[in-house]
Design a binder for this molecule. Structure first.
Ligand SMILES: [Mg+2]
Length: 168
């Protein structure tokens, strides 16, 4: 886990790059997905076939899949209906509550649990506060974001630059 709270442990263009093989290599058994702009844009109510196939491929490889979203129960429940994963809504990330709840549900340790999200100040911070890893993806549709998220994006910039510099 990164010692620097706001620096992701890994970065990807999208969730599909985070393959079951990669997760196994990294020793991950439990993946906690953010929903909005990580798995689906805000405007997409139900999972597409591609999204569902990807999430089921993790499950079929023995990886626990869960959603922790700051969005409301209606949104998550609707999206998750055809999937049937464990979900926590109104997670209030960066609060650790949802992460802890999900780890308890699956009996997962910190070392084997991962948060996948698109925001440093919610997803990455939440993971690192809970002592687990955070893999950050590019937001699917930044045009779709409200003013508060746009503001947070501006403050993310130096931390993302730091991640890229460190990689180079
Ligand atoms: Mg998000």
């Amino acid at each position: 886990m990164s010692k620097v709270t706001l620096i992701p442990d890994k970065m990807f263009n999208n969730i599909y790059e985070i393959t079951p093989e990669l997760l196994k290599q990294d020793g991950i058994t439990t993946v906690i997905f953010d929903l909005d702009n990580t798995v689906a844009p805000y405007s997409v109510a139900y999972p597409t076939e591609k999204m569902a196939q990807y999430l089921f491929s993790l499950r079929d490889n023995g990886i626990n899949v869960a959603f922790a979203s700051n969005n409301n129960g209606k949104r998550i429940e609707k999206f998750n209906r055809p999937l049937g994963f464990f979900t926590v809504c109104k997670a209030k990330k960066p609060s650790r509550r949802a992460v802890r709840r999900i780890m308890r549900e699956f009996g997962a340790t910190k070392a084997e649990t991962l948060v996948v999200g698109d925001q440093l100040f919610t997803d990455c911070l939440c993971a690192h506060r809970a002592g687990i890893r955070a893999y950050i993806v590019n937001p699917i549709d930044p045009q779709d974001e409200g003013w508060f998220v746009k503001l947070k994006r501006w403050f993310e910039k130096p931390h993302l630059r730091y991640f890229k510099r460190r990689k180079a």
